[in-house]
Design a protein around this ligand. Structure first.
Ligand code: C6P
Length: 419
């Protein structure tokens, strides 16, 4: 095949070297070299992250913020240093504004339970979008049910971009909170969250960004997005499962009640009442995920050493290549923006009326891991009038050779299903 505009090798990254950093990639699955294209669900871990966790448990592990003994000092130092590493990667200068969480879902629930409970009343409105992940829908549904608030939704256009023409009508003095995914996990659409945040603020609303899919892929400078909150997951950016963070503007976090009560989040406790620790510990009750934080800190170092801009350039190149090549496969419908620069990370598609699970099973037989299903976006699937899609999602170790393997396997799938 000839590709008019694209070279097959990315100019931005030394792919061979990067892949050598990820031990899991060096294996065969179902008799074929593994092609891992399920990165939107969770990414693989470089040896540096695996080793950092192993090192902590082998040499420096104890509980944090509690002991006066040497190991507790070391563990506390590693834990707090990790906070600084992740904060720096995301442009967060004030580490008090960075709260460790289990991931995006916990971050969004934290806001809904604390800020939401304190600020949302019957008749208030919360603006979301039809493309949002269940983690950015259900916490707000629960809040609306508890308070009598009303949910409103931005729709999408034919290319899976937010229909911003309705934004000015949807934002009113009743709107108290807007929460939007920075990047759609099902479509790959990059949403203009800074523009939306400015309009949300103009009506006095608070802006939440679901950063689950942007923290891994974009060189995000979180405070300069102009939002009030940003939630993300460590496991989608080379870090361990159960790690993640929530950024909030200091004055907003200061004014919020705590989420969970327990050890470490207090200042002074009496039998009937307590005062709370300063930020960010006020929101970090109980023994935290120490190894998770240390692992995510190592992931932040790793991503910084590769270079966030280089990762973006590599993925842009790969997305352009993938969209061009996937268009060669007859009977495929590809969802999301046609412009490769308007999307990131994922290519969702269907093949005729074949169920996406069947496509994913055939691809698995070829050693290719993709996700098939509703991607935790059931309302979006209904909006697209499909029960599910198959989704290939990329990361820094993905290459054009992976895309080629995917395309070859899709041709096989067509043949199997009689297309
Ligand atoms: N999306 C996917 O396969 P957690 O599970 O808390 O780490 O992240 C939740 C979440 C929130 N928002 C968006 C945009 C997401 O993509 C995700 C996770 C995965 O697409 C698992 S469903």
């Amino acid at each position: 095949m000839t590709l008019s505009t694209l070279e097959t090798a990315s100019p931005a990254l030394d792919l061979e070297r990067i892949r050598a950093d990820f031990p899991i990639l060096d294996q065969e699955v179902n008799g074929h070299p593994l092609v891992y294209l399920d990165n939107a669900a969770s990414t693989q871990k470089p040896a540096a992250v695996i080793d950092a966790i192993g090192h902590l448990y082998r040499h420096d592990y104890a509980n944090v913020h509690r002991g006066v003994h040497e190991l507790s000092h070391r563990a506390t130092e590693a834990y707090e240093q990790a906070r600084g590493k992740v904060a720096r990667l995301l442009g967060i200068g004030d580490e008090g504004e960075f709260v460790w969480t289990k991931g995006t879902t916990e971050g969004l629930n934290l806001i809904a339970y604390t800020w939401g409970q304190a600020n949302i009343r019957a008749g208030d409105e919360i603006l979301l979008s039809v493309m949002d992940h269940h983690s950015n829908l259900v916490p707000w549904q629960l809040l609306a049910q508890r308070t009598g608030a009303k949910l409103r939704f931005l729709d999408i256009d034919g290319e899976g971009r937010l229909d911003l023409s309705a934004l000015d009508d949807l934002l009113t003095e009743r709107t108290k909170l807007v929460s939007i995914a920075h990047i759609s996990n099902a479509l790959g659409t990059i949403n203009p969250v800074t523009e939306i945040a400015a309009k949300a603020h103009a009506v006095g609303a608070v802006m939440v960004v679901d950063g689950a899919q942007s923290a891994p892929h974009l060189p995000v400078d979180v405070p300069s997005l102009g939002a009030d909150f940003y939630a993300f997951s460590g496991h989608k950016m080379c870090g361990p499962t159960g790690s993640g963070g929530l950024w909030g503007r200091r004055e907003v976090l200061e004014a919020m009640p705590p989420f969970h009560g327990g050890g470490d989040m207090i200042d002074f406790v009496e039998l009937e009442s307590s005062t709370y620790a300063p930020l960010p510990l006020k929101f970090e009750a109980g023994t935290p995920n120490i190894a998770g934080a240390v692992g995510l800190g190592a992931a932040a170092d790793y991503l910084a050493s590769v270079g966030r801009e280089a990762i973006l350039a590599h993925e842009r190149h790969l997305m352009a290549y993938a969209l061009e090549r996937i268009a060669e496969v007859p009977d495929l419908t590809v969802y999301g923006p046609r412009d490769p620069a308007a999307r990131s990370g994922v290519v969702s598609f269907t093949l005729g009326d074949v169920h996406p699970h069947d496509i994913a099973t055939i691809l698995d037989g070829e050693g290719i891991a993709v996700r098939a299903g509703h991607h935790c976006c059931q309302p979006l699937m209904r909006r697209l009038c499909v029960p599910a899609t198959a989704r290939a999602s990329f990361y820094l170790y993905s290459g054009t050779d992976d895309v080629d393997r995917l395309i070859d396997a899709l041709h096989k799938a067509r043949a199997v299903f009689g297309y």
